[in-house]
Design a protein around this ligand. Structure first.
Ligand code: KG4
Ligand code: ZN
Length: 357
């Protein structure tokens, strides 16, 4: 069966056609970064208007790339939570209209859960990766930083990929948001996460030059906090109220970027280790590390995830960069799993700003 996926939760307008839940026939994403760059962040009203303008061309593009017409679509899956309410509204309204008009089932999908599913998909004729459950799931993006147990016997949703249990999440900034704010402080533009990553990797960058804090929170906590790190970076860059910081020249900016990256990634790795140990203590031996979200493109995070998986004997499933960012293929994929499990939504499906769990 072919599922049409629709994604509009933030500032990407996306449509995709997916076969059997795992094979991507098309995956079109129209980013709005150019519209928001001058404001240093996503402006909700601009985002929702841009979704309205871009939706139809993106849908046409996705159908054309897949080589099918609307008549071939067997179901519509739409990301209906979480996100900016005005942005979600555009995708949800389009999804409902299409499902109703075509007389096919409709399913509303949680965007953050779909980021976890992205690594299970494959483009064209490539074979989708085999994934052994239970898995520890990590979603790190501009809006979310959350840890999940996936497919644990006795967990909510049961032992399959729909068995998603939230273990912890950020209590303040998302990791991508912290990267973007740090990048802005270092004068790297918006969204600056990738630029900060590049600067931190430049020759001569010393990740130990500045001792920035790695947040732990309470013993055993699986939550994250990045606001202290952000403030520490600000003080290191400017000297804080007392002033007197070293000049913010190219070498200093490189070192600050590398030191920020080291502290931020260390905080994530610390919680992953804790989560694996905690699940094992509950008799759930984790077999796979499943990661998703825009920040998974980060070079240091990817390298450290590879190291952790080797050390713990886990299979690591990382989506390619095109499936790390917001996209509709992951929405169609998880939507197909939900449809298989009998989930259907009616025209009362509403956008919801918060995640399900
Ligand atoms: O998943 P995504 O496309 O959108 C959200 O759902 O938020 O993630 C975008 C976020 C932005 O904050 C961006 O700066 C960050 O992912 N990002 C990175 C890197 N590539 C993207 N952060 C750090 N290093 C990167 N290489
Ligand atoms: Zn996202």
């Amino acid at each position: 069966m072919l599922v049409l996926g629709i994604e509009s939760s933030c500032d990407e307008t996306a449509c995709a056609v997916v076969a059997d839940g795992r094979r991507i026939l098309s995956n079109i994403v129209a980013s709005q970064h150019d519209l928001h760059a001058e404001y240093g962040g996503v402006v909700p009203e601009i985002a929702s208007r841009a979704h309205v303008e871009r939706f139809t061309p993106v849908l046409r593009g996705a159908l054309a790339r897949a080589g099918v017409g609307l008549g071939a679509i067997g179901a519509v899956a739409v990301g209906h939570r979480p996100g900016l309410i005005g942005s979600l509204l555009v995708g949800v309204a389009a999804g409902k209209a299409l499902a109703w008009g075509l007389g096919v089932p409709l399913v509303g999908v949680d965007h953050v859960h779909a980021h976890l599913y992205a690594g299970l998909m494959a483009e064209g004729d490539a074979a989708p990766p085999e994934v052994a459950l239970p898995a520890l799931g990590l979603v790190v993006s501009g809006g979310h930083t959350t840890l999940y147990a996936v497919g644990c016997e006795g967990g909510p949703g049961g032992a399959g990929v729909l068995g998603i249990e939230r273990l912890g999440g950020t209590i303040d900034d998302a990791l991508g948001e912290a990267y973007d704010k740090a990048a802005s402080l270092l004068g790297l533009g918006f969204p600056g996460g990738p630029a900060l990553d590049r600067l931190a990797g430049e020759e001569g960058a010393d990740a130990r030059a500045v001792d920035l804090p790695v947040s732990r929170l309470g013993p055993g906590s699986l939550d994250f906090s990045f606001s202290g790190l952000k403030t520490a970076l600000l003080y290191a860059a400017t000297g804080g109220p007392a002033g007197g910081a070293p000049a913010l020249n190219a070498a200093r900016r490189r070192n600050l970027a590398a030191s920020f990256q080291r502290a931020a990634v260390s905080a994530v790795m610390l919680k992953l280790g804790r989560a694996i140990d905690g699940l094992e203590q509950r008799g759930r031996r984790v077999r796979t590390l499943l990661a998703g979200g825009g920040v998974i493109s980060n070079s240091r995070l990817r390298a450290e995830l590879v190291g952790l998986a080797q050390e713990r004997g886990l299979r690591l499933v990382l989506p390619p960069p095109a499936l790390c960012v917001d996209n509709a293929a992951m929405i169609a994929g998880l939507g197909q799993e939900m449809l298989r499990a009998g989930v259907r939504h009616g025209l009362e499906l509403a956008p919801v700003p918060t995640t399900a769990c």
